[in-house]
Design a protein around this ligand. Sequence first.
Ligand code: SAM
Ligand code: SF4
Length: 337
Amino acid sequence: MEQINLSQMIDPFGRHVSYLRVSVTDRCDFRCHYCMAEDMTFLPKRDVLSLEELDRLCSAFIRKGVRKLRLTGGEPLVRRGILTLIENLGRHIESGQLDELTLTTNGSQLARFADQLVKFGIKRINVSLDTLDNKKFTHITRWGKLEKVLSGLDAAKQAGLKIKINTVALRDFNDDEIDSIIAWCGEQEFDLTLIETMPMGDIGGERADQYVPLSKVREKLEQTWTLTEIPYRSGGPARYVKIEETGRKLGLITPMTHNFCESCNRVRLTCTGTLYMCLGQDDATDLREPLRASEADELLESAIDEAIGRKPKGHDFVIERGKSGPAVNRHMSVTGG
Ligand code: SAM
Ligand code: SF4
């Protein structure tokens, strides 16, 4: 049975919070249509926590029972000095206090960084990729180059990183391409997770135009692939099947069609030190003030306890045609997905 000591984070619904996702920057070198508007206003640098402050916050969460830490963004690998943060956080893996340090990235900087990521203790990463077509890739990211991501993936593979591809299913964009993405992942020995679009932040367009339920995508996939239910769970919202023909796992993240909140083990921290207890709710706690108020961590730790005591039961996402505005106002890049 899992050992839980009293300093650890248990929410009002008895869920043990053991997973922290940290958005280390809201900036990104892409502007994916479903994630950001073209003309984004990013945070002024003075509002963003320093790398030392991020380290101090992450370390407080690790003391309070976090076993898995994911760096995300915006694009985590465009934050200046990010490797120093990763190298320093690696000490918690060495000490055995942290089971996993990982990263979600768009892959654009992997060719430069893959070897060092491995050196600092990262074993696997998630890479977001929505299409294997050059033109479509540049369109969806607004200016990204597919080649660069593919060579980043090669470098990551060579360095020995395990890779999971994240693909957002988008109506009339890639819903006819999922079969070829599955086949490609099989050849490359990558797992794949499909994600439904979530109504987060104003993206200057109609979300309902992009949304395709994964139940529909799955029905179509079953005409080509044998999908076998497997009990594997990553402690998150994805349900997994095995694709018999490729032998790889396929995850399906369906926040809109399937409620996964009952097993939620995670909280999310932004690069300004705001803690969101649920991806789909606006309630949040500022941890920057208690962090900066004192060099000791008592104030910070009691602010964390107070926040965990307010973790809500679940999200209220709805995507309806004609419904004005997003379900939550912040963009996914603020909390990092
Ligand atoms: N830049 C990195 C990347 O793209 O992997 C990390 C941050 S990105 C916000 C994390 C994940 O959120 C990506 O897989 C992206 O596809 C997904 N995402 C962004 N906006 C989304 C939305 N509105 N609905 C569903 N997934 C979204
Ligand atoms: Fe950047 Fe990732 Fe958002 Fe795309 S999904 S704009 S790569 S943060």
